[in-house]
Design a protein. Structure first.
Length: 256
Protein backbone atom coordinates (compact mmCIF):
# COMPACT_ATOMS: atom_id res chain seq x y z
CA UNK A 1 0.00 0.00 0.00
CA UNK A 2 1.34 3.41 -0.99
CA UNK A 3 1.92 5.92 1.83
CA UNK A 4 -0.93 8.32 2.53
CA UNK A 5 -0.05 11.86 1.43
CA UNK A 6 -1.09 14.11 4.32
CA UNK A 7 -0.84 17.90 4.59
CA UNK A 8 -0.85 19.55 8.03
CA UNK A 9 -2.17 23.12 7.96
CA UNK A 10 -1.04 25.15 10.96
CA UNK A 11 -3.44 28.12 10.87
CA UNK A 12 -1.05 30.85 11.98
CA UNK A 13 1.70 32.93 10.41
CA UNK A 14 4.32 32.30 13.12
CA UNK A 15 6.25 29.59 11.32
CA UNK A 16 8.95 29.32 14.00
CA UNK A 17 6.70 28.89 17.05
CA UNK A 18 7.25 25.12 17.14
CA UNK A 19 10.43 23.03 17.00
CA UNK A 20 11.07 22.34 13.31
CA UNK A 21 11.65 18.64 14.01
CA UNK A 22 8.00 18.10 14.95
CA UNK A 23 7.18 16.33 11.67
CA UNK A 24 9.72 13.64 12.52
CA UNK A 25 7.84 12.87 15.73
CA UNK A 26 4.66 12.32 13.67
CA UNK A 27 6.19 10.39 10.79
CA UNK A 28 5.41 6.76 10.07
CA UNK A 29 5.86 4.32 7.20
CA UNK A 30 2.21 4.56 6.22
CA UNK A 31 2.24 8.30 5.52
CA UNK A 32 4.11 11.08 3.74
CA UNK A 33 3.66 14.25 5.78
CA UNK A 34 4.10 17.89 4.90
CA UNK A 35 3.40 21.05 6.85
CA UNK A 36 2.42 24.59 5.87
CA UNK A 37 1.52 27.79 7.70
CA UNK A 38 -0.70 30.63 6.52
CA UNK A 39 0.59 33.36 4.24
CA UNK A 40 -1.81 35.86 5.82
CA UNK A 41 -3.55 35.52 9.17
CA UNK A 42 -3.09 35.71 12.93
CA UNK A 43 0.20 35.00 14.72
CA UNK A 44 -1.68 32.56 16.98
CA UNK A 45 -5.24 31.29 17.42
CA UNK A 46 -6.64 31.91 20.90
CA UNK A 47 -10.00 33.57 20.25
CA UNK A 48 -13.03 33.59 17.96
CA UNK A 49 -11.63 36.68 16.23
CA UNK A 50 -8.36 34.84 15.57
CA UNK A 51 -10.34 31.96 14.07
CA UNK A 52 -12.23 34.32 11.76
CA UNK A 53 -9.01 35.97 10.55
CA UNK A 54 -7.42 32.58 9.91
CA UNK A 55 -10.37 31.09 8.02
CA UNK A 56 -9.69 32.27 4.43
CA UNK A 57 -6.08 31.14 4.64
CA UNK A 58 -7.05 27.70 5.94
CA UNK A 59 -9.47 27.13 3.06
CA UNK A 60 -6.90 28.43 0.56
CA UNK A 61 -4.24 26.06 1.89
CA UNK A 62 -6.66 23.11 1.77
CA UNK A 63 -7.56 23.87 -1.86
CA UNK A 64 -3.86 24.11 -2.62
CA UNK A 65 -3.24 20.73 -0.96
CA UNK A 66 -6.00 19.10 -3.00
CA UNK A 67 -4.63 20.69 -6.19
CA UNK A 68 -1.15 19.28 -5.41
CA UNK A 69 -2.46 15.77 -4.88
CA UNK A 70 -2.44 15.49 -1.10
CA UNK A 71 -5.09 13.02 0.06
CA UNK A 72 -6.11 14.62 3.36
CA UNK A 73 -5.49 17.69 5.47
CA UNK A 74 -5.34 18.14 9.22
CA UNK A 75 -6.21 21.56 10.65
CA UNK A 76 -3.55 21.92 13.31
CA UNK A 77 -5.59 23.72 15.99
CA UNK A 78 -7.81 22.41 18.78
CA UNK A 79 -10.46 25.08 18.15
CA UNK A 80 -11.13 23.61 14.68
CA UNK A 81 -11.17 26.98 12.88
CA UNK A 82 -12.95 26.94 9.49
CA UNK A 83 -13.43 23.17 9.70
CA UNK A 84 -16.92 23.11 8.16
CA UNK A 85 -15.99 25.69 5.52
CA UNK A 86 -12.93 23.71 4.51
CA UNK A 87 -14.97 20.52 4.20
CA UNK A 88 -17.37 22.35 1.91
CA UNK A 89 -14.50 23.57 -0.24
CA UNK A 90 -12.57 20.34 -0.91
CA UNK A 91 -13.33 16.71 -1.71
CA UNK A 92 -10.38 15.27 0.22
CA UNK A 93 -10.70 14.33 3.87
CA UNK A 94 -10.41 17.22 6.37
CA UNK A 95 -9.68 16.32 10.00
CA UNK A 96 -10.00 18.75 12.88
CA UNK A 97 -7.82 18.11 15.93
CA UNK A 98 -10.59 19.21 18.28
CA UNK A 99 -13.34 17.05 16.86
CA UNK A 100 -11.10 14.02 16.42
CA UNK A 101 -9.65 13.96 19.94
CA UNK A 102 -12.82 15.01 21.78
CA UNK A 103 -14.91 12.32 20.11
CA UNK A 104 -12.32 9.69 21.00
CA UNK A 105 -12.06 10.93 24.59
CA UNK A 106 -15.84 10.87 25.02
CA UNK A 107 -15.85 7.19 24.04
CA UNK A 108 -13.90 6.52 27.24
CA UNK A 109 -16.37 8.43 29.43
CA UNK A 110 -16.21 11.87 31.02
CA UNK A 111 -13.27 13.98 29.89
CA UNK A 112 -11.57 17.29 30.60
CA UNK A 113 -9.67 19.74 28.43
CA UNK A 114 -6.43 21.25 29.71
CA UNK A 115 -5.65 24.26 27.56
CA UNK A 116 -3.51 27.39 27.47
CA UNK A 117 -5.77 30.25 28.57
CA UNK A 118 -8.84 30.62 30.82
CA UNK A 119 -10.58 32.69 28.14
CA UNK A 120 -11.01 29.55 26.01
CA UNK A 121 -13.39 27.79 28.42
CA UNK A 122 -16.53 29.05 26.68
CA UNK A 123 -15.08 28.34 23.22
CA UNK A 124 -14.46 24.71 24.10
CA UNK A 125 -17.87 24.33 25.67
CA UNK A 126 -19.39 25.67 22.45
CA UNK A 127 -17.24 23.36 20.34
CA UNK A 128 -18.09 20.30 22.42
CA UNK A 129 -21.76 21.24 22.19
CA UNK A 130 -21.58 21.47 18.41
CA UNK A 131 -20.34 17.88 18.33
CA UNK A 132 -22.96 16.68 20.81
CA UNK A 133 -20.33 16.09 23.48
CA UNK A 134 -21.14 18.74 26.08
CA UNK A 135 -22.52 16.20 28.56
CA UNK A 136 -19.19 14.35 28.44
CA UNK A 137 -17.01 17.47 28.84
CA UNK A 138 -16.63 17.80 32.61
CA UNK A 139 -14.13 20.65 32.92
CA UNK A 140 -11.88 23.05 31.01
CA UNK A 141 -8.72 24.04 32.87
CA UNK A 142 -5.91 26.37 31.80
CA UNK A 143 -2.19 26.51 32.47
CA UNK A 144 -2.22 30.26 31.60
CA UNK A 145 0.68 30.11 29.17
CA UNK A 146 -0.04 31.77 25.78
CA UNK A 147 0.47 29.67 22.65
CA UNK A 148 3.62 31.49 21.55
CA UNK A 149 5.20 31.04 25.01
CA UNK A 150 4.81 27.25 25.17
CA UNK A 151 8.14 26.45 23.49
CA UNK A 152 10.17 29.13 25.27
CA UNK A 153 10.31 27.29 28.61
CA UNK A 154 9.41 23.67 27.93
CA UNK A 155 10.23 22.57 31.47
CA UNK A 156 7.80 25.08 32.98
CA UNK A 157 5.16 24.23 30.36
CA UNK A 158 5.44 20.54 31.22
CA UNK A 159 5.26 21.25 34.94
CA UNK A 160 2.20 23.48 34.63
CA UNK A 161 0.46 21.00 32.31
CA UNK A 162 1.15 18.05 34.59
CA UNK A 163 -0.12 19.94 37.64
CA UNK A 164 -3.31 21.01 35.88
CA UNK A 165 -3.97 17.48 34.63
CA UNK A 166 -3.36 15.95 38.05
CA UNK A 167 -5.69 18.43 39.72
CA UNK A 168 -8.56 17.90 37.28
CA UNK A 169 -8.30 14.11 37.55
CA UNK A 170 -8.32 14.25 41.33
CA UNK A 171 -11.18 16.74 41.49
CA UNK A 172 -13.37 15.50 38.64
CA UNK A 173 -12.48 11.83 38.27
CA UNK A 174 -12.35 12.04 34.47
CA UNK A 175 -11.41 9.07 32.30
CA UNK A 176 -9.54 11.16 29.73
CA UNK A 177 -7.77 14.48 29.26
CA UNK A 178 -7.47 16.29 25.94
CA UNK A 179 -4.84 18.99 25.49
CA UNK A 180 -6.57 22.18 24.39
CA UNK A 181 -3.73 23.35 22.18
CA UNK A 182 -1.76 21.51 19.51
CA UNK A 183 1.22 23.64 20.58
CA UNK A 184 1.46 21.21 23.52
CA UNK A 185 2.71 18.63 21.03
CA UNK A 186 5.01 16.08 22.64
CA UNK A 187 3.80 16.52 26.21
CA UNK A 188 1.24 13.72 26.10
CA UNK A 189 3.51 10.77 26.83
CA UNK A 190 5.42 12.71 29.51
CA UNK A 191 2.24 13.78 31.30
CA UNK A 192 0.81 10.26 31.00
CA UNK A 193 3.89 8.82 32.71
CA UNK A 194 3.86 11.46 35.44
CA UNK A 195 0.19 10.82 36.23
CA UNK A 196 0.71 7.06 36.22
CA UNK A 197 3.56 7.45 38.70
CA UNK A 198 1.12 9.29 40.97
CA UNK A 199 -1.33 6.41 40.72
CA UNK A 200 -3.75 8.21 38.40
CA UNK A 201 -5.26 6.07 35.64
CA UNK A 202 -6.33 8.42 32.84
CA UNK A 203 -5.88 8.56 29.06
CA UNK A 204 -4.10 11.69 27.76
CA UNK A 205 -4.81 12.81 24.19
CA UNK A 206 -2.12 14.77 22.37
CA UNK A 207 -4.46 16.07 19.65
CA UNK A 208 -2.17 16.58 16.65
CA UNK A 209 -0.65 13.08 16.52
CA UNK A 210 -4.08 11.61 17.20
CA UNK A 211 -5.61 13.60 14.32
CA UNK A 212 -2.79 12.52 11.99
CA UNK A 213 -3.52 8.86 12.77
CA UNK A 214 -7.23 9.53 12.23
CA UNK A 215 -6.53 11.12 8.83
CA UNK A 216 -4.31 8.26 7.70
CA UNK A 217 -7.00 5.73 8.63
CA UNK A 218 -9.70 7.78 6.87
CA UNK A 219 -7.74 7.78 3.62
CA UNK A 220 -6.93 4.08 3.89
CA UNK A 221 -10.65 3.43 4.31
CA UNK A 222 -11.29 5.61 1.23
CA UNK A 223 -13.38 8.15 3.09
CA UNK A 224 -14.02 11.51 1.46
CA UNK A 225 -16.00 14.60 2.41
CA UNK A 226 -19.62 13.73 3.13
CA UNK A 227 -21.44 15.92 0.61
CA UNK A 228 -24.78 15.34 2.33
CA UNK A 229 -23.41 17.12 5.40
CA UNK A 230 -21.04 19.50 3.61
CA UNK A 231 -22.50 20.31 0.17
CA UNK A 232 -20.43 22.27 -2.30
CA UNK A 233 -21.21 25.99 -2.02
CA UNK A 234 -23.14 27.64 -4.81
CA UNK A 235 -20.96 29.65 -7.13
CA UNK A 236 -21.52 33.38 -6.84
CA UNK A 237 -19.73 36.66 -7.13
CA UNK A 238 -17.07 37.54 -4.55
CA UNK A 239 -15.56 40.96 -3.95
CA UNK A 240 -11.98 41.18 -2.76
CA UNK A 241 -9.95 38.24 -1.42
CA UNK A 242 -7.31 38.64 -4.15
CA UNK A 243 -4.72 37.15 -1.80
CA UNK A 244 -6.67 33.86 -1.75
CA UNK A 245 -7.02 33.04 -5.50
CA UNK A 246 -8.14 29.42 -5.06
CA UNK A 247 -10.86 30.49 -2.65
CA UNK A 248 -12.04 33.10 -5.17
CA UNK A 249 -12.06 30.51 -7.94
CA UNK A 250 -14.00 28.06 -5.78
CA UNK A 251 -16.74 30.57 -5.01
CA UNK A 252 -16.99 32.60 -8.17
CA UNK A 253 -16.15 32.81 -11.86
CA UNK A 254 -12.69 34.30 -11.35
CA UNK A 255 -9.84 32.06 -12.52
CA UNK A 256 -6.46 31.76 -10.83
Amino acid sequence: MDPVRLRIITPITTSDFRDTTFLKTLSCESAELSSVYLRQGPVSVESALDEMIAAPGIVERALEAEEEGWQAVVVDCMLDPALSATREAVDIQVIGCGESSMRAASNLGRFAIVTVLDRQKYAFEQLAGSYGLLDSLTAVRAINVPVLELEKNKEQTLKATTQACQKVVQEEGVAAIVFGCTGMLGLGALVQIALSERGLDVEVFDPLPFAVKHAILAVQQQQNTNRAEYPLPDRKGILGFEDWPRLRARLGPTEI
